[in-house]
Design a protein around this ligand. Structure first.
Ligand SMILES: Nc1ncnc2c1ncn2[C@@H]1O[C@H](COP(=O)(O)OP(=O)(O)OP(=O)(O)O)[C@@H](O)[C@H]1O
Length: 214
């Protein structure tokens, strides 16, 4: 089923709530992100940021309210929702025996086909995120910050009308956070809606909407 777009937020929550055994993990939360919107989810440790993102992915069940993608209840079992939504919330599957370049190229080819345009797309992301100096290495041969950039490359190299990112600043220095902020802004300009859980002031300053938890 096609995901509706016209006049409908790409990502929305309406009273989304998660409680487990009498403990509230996510207090009722309501917001809507339009195409091209860059929204941050902020709040202290344990305020429910990751829980909210997981509710969209179905890895955390709502006990009240709803989360929707393109106006439909979020359901990642639907191929149409998987096509719309890219995410870096759970650790991405990484192959130990393939170089970083091979893996970024493989993910790009799985979405766009194995063409020269696709190879160029993969190289573009590799350059934008500063992976070029170590892209021929295997995952166990890079630092934790470089692994984070690689995970972001796998997330950004695929098509997405919406993206969920959980603390994309993890392990990154200020310069690399700037690269990520620039890429988010560029993709948002092209129409992707972002929901980014973060503690990073540079991302919060750059966003155009905010969900404050806790
Ligand atoms: N499996 C679980 N069972 C019970 N409570 C949980 C479980 N997982 C997380 N929590 C609680 O849910 C609340 C929200 O956690 P969540 O990970 O969403 O917070 P967060 O805002 O992302 O925090 P941080 O900034 O530290 O990453 C926390 O109080 C946490 O202790």
């Amino acid at each position: 089923m096609a995901v509706r777009t016209t006049g409908v937020p790409v990502l929305a929550a309406d009273g989304a709530t998660v409680a487990v055994g009498g403990t509230t993990l996510l207090a009722p939360t309501t917001f809507a992100v339009a195409p091209g919107g860059f929204w941050c989810v902020t709040g202290g440790n344990g305020s429910g940021k990751t829980t909210l993102l997981r509710a969209f992915l179905g890895s955390r069940s709502l006990t009240g309210g709803s989360c929707s993608i393109g106006g439909e209840p979020a359901d990642m079992a639907r191929p149409s929702h998987r096509r719309v939504l890219a995410s870096l919330v759970e650790p991405v599957p990484i192959a130990r025996d393939m170089t970083l370049r091979e893996q970024v190229s493989l993910v790009a080819a799985s979405w766009y086909g194995n063409t020269s345009d696709t190879a160029g797309r993969a190289e573009g992301i590799i350059e934008r995120l500063g992976l070029s100096p170590f892209v021929e290495r295997f995952p166990h041969q890079v630092s934790s910050g470089q692994l984070q950039l690689f995970s972001l490359a796998l997330t950004f190299v695929r098509p997405a009308r919406a993206a969920l990112l959980d603390e994309p600043e993890r392990h990154l220095d200020d310069h690399r956070v700037g690269l990520v902020a620039g890429l988010i802004a560029e993709r948002a300009e092209q129409g992707t809606a972002f929901l980014v859980a973060t503690h990073e002031a540079a991302l919060v300053e750059a966003c155009d909407g905010r969900v404050e938890l806790g």
